[in-house]
Design a protein around this ligand. Structure first.
Ligand code: UN1
Length: 500
């Protein structure tokens, strides 16, 4: 199938793919797939106004009815899974199984949100005053902006949109400029669900805007967009977060990760090797949750490194559409160059590097393919503390668990982490208050590939936001505390007397 055929099979028409000024390239071979129309920044006020007006209707619809729309979106996604998954592969360069997995993640969050639509639970609270009732209720907030990154071009939108919708909020989505086609195809799927849902869905409930920083900024500065969920680099978040907060909006930030695995002496090394390979080289190291640092006990380090170096030497690198490929391309040449530069720095900081070269043979021409790298480091140097969005695994050793945990925590980012150990004391210490400081901490599982049922996000430079499961929905609603006095007295709290 040609690139155009893949895009058309996912529902995009000739008109969608041509006549605009924004060129879309496939990381597979660098070929131009489409030239699409970008959103004129001058249209942003009207787009936001449409969202505000949709909010006035949508917030009044009972939440289970709102959930019905999300159920239909999930159904349409199931029907379109193959085609949308193939487009994710084309536009983001993921291998087939990961492209499909991304769509499955969208389906999963839709299922979760449908159930949630009947469970937006509040509280009743014991009042200190006789004849008084206290309660807590959750209300819709208003338009929710979603800025998503190229590496999960559609799933990140769905975690936000599925929750925002059942919570009563319209959504305005700005995907990465590198991956607008998957977003456009997702909107076609959404349109089919909206058509089945009927007239209850207001115009402007789900909107897509395409372009660069300028339109993202319009979302960040508009007081009519009370929630802005942004996924991407710490640099982007450091601009978006303060902009949203300076006008008293609510940012939900999911930024850089620098995820580590501690491998303890008792670890099941066979399992650790498999987990390391998936989490360090899967998605070509371009997940926020990718494994970037291996902190290995001295007693097992040499054996583990030998096995990894051998396994890395036989990684199937190449066209992500081909069965058997495990490592597809990086998103573009700039990403590859950043990886090669980081490895030079690692060497200058005393590192010994295996792999980490550009691949040009046996791969489609025009793509940025690399051999994933292992870098043995003498210490946690500056380059190890930085997130390079590519398959580089820095290896360090430790002797006492305390030191391993200190190393794990001593980076600016705080997304995901894990320990491989069969020792219950070590596992529980890693998960305890004196353990990992990350939003995600796993035992005998790699740091990537989280299920949607848990809250997803992390601390420090990761931004502190939570999306997806658990009670992350509360981030999309406003909390209201109500005290009702059903007595004929007017007692004041804290026993204050104030009688005239
Ligand atoms: C991301 O890279 O932005 O946990 C999200 C994971 C996926 C999500 C990654 N479920 O790896």
């Amino acid at each position: 199938m040609t690139h155009i055929d893949v895009a058309k099979a996912a529902g995009l028409s000739e008109t969608d793919l041509t006549g605009g000024s924004l060129a879309v390239h496939s990381p597979i071979d660098g070929a131009e797939v489409a030239r699409i129309k970008a959103t004129d920044p001058a249209e942003m006020p009207a787009i936001i106004a449409r969202s505000q007006s949709a909010f006035k209707t949508w917030r009044n619809l009972p939440a289970p009815r709102r959930g019905e729309l999300v159920r239909l979106i999930g159904e349409e996604l199931r029907a379109a899974k193959e085609e949308l998954g193939a487009l994710v592969t084309l536009e983001a360069g993921k291998i087939r199984s990961e492209g499909l997995g991304e769509v499955q993640e969208m389906i999963d969050i839709c299922d979760f949100a449908v159930g949630l639509s009947r469970q937006l639970y509040g509280l009743t609270i014991a009042s200190e005053r006789a004849g008084h009732k206290m309660s807590e209720t959750w209300h819709p907030m208003g338009p929710c902006g979603v800025i998503s990154a190229f590496n999960f071009p559609v799933a990140v939108w769905s975690w936000n949109a599925a929750l925002a919708l059942v919570c009563g909020n319209p959504v305005i989505w700005k995907p990465s400029e590198k991956t607008p086609l998957t977003a456009m195809a997702t909107m076609k799927i959404v349109e089919r669900a909206l058509a089945r849902f009927g007239d209850d869905a207001p115009d402007g409930l789900l909107q897509l805007i395409i372009g660069g920083a300028e339109i993202g900024e319009a979302l960040a500065i508009s007081k009519d967009v009370p929630i802005l969920s942004a996924t991407g680099s710490t640099r982007m978040g450091s601009i978006v977060g303060p902009a949203v907060m300076s006008r008293w909006g609510r940012p939900i930030l999911e930024l850089g990760g620098n995820n580590a695995m501690v491998v303890a002496p008792s670890a099941d090394i066979d399992m650790a090797v498999r987990a390391i390979i998936f989490s360090a080289v899967g998605t070509a190291g371009q997940r926020c949750t990718s494994l970037r640092r291996l902190i290995v006990h001295k007693s097992v380090k040499d054996g583990l490194v030998d096995r990894l170096v051998k396994a890395y030497a036989s990684l199937p690198i190449g066209d992500p559409r081909e069965a058997g490929t495990l490592v597809g391309p990086l998103v573009d040449a700039a990403s590859r160059d950043a990886m090669l530069r980081a490895l030079e720095v690692a060497k200058s900081e005393g590192g010994t590097v295996f792999g980490g070269t550009a691949v040009t043979e046996g791969v489609p021409k025009g793509g940025a393919y690399v051999v994933p790298a292992i870098a043995l480091m003498p210490a946690q140097t500056d380059i190890v503390k930085a997130e390079t969005f590519a398959p580089i695994l820095y290896v360090m050793e430790y002797e006492a668990l305390e030191d391993a945990i200190a190393l794990q925590n001593n980076v600016p980012q705080g997304l995901s982490s894990c320990i491989f150990t069969l020792n219950m004391r070590e596992a529980e210490t890693f998960l305890s208050a004196q353990g990992s400081d990350c939003g995600i901490a796993n035992v005998n599982i790699g740091p990537s590939g989280a299920e949607i049922g848990g809250a997803f996000g992390g601390e420090k430079q990761t931004g502190g936001g939570r999306e997806s499961g658990s009670d992350a929905w509360k981030g999309y609603m406003r909390r209201q505390t109500s005290t009702v006095n059903y007595s004929a007295e007017l007692p004041l709290a804290q026993g204050v007397k104030f009688d005239l």
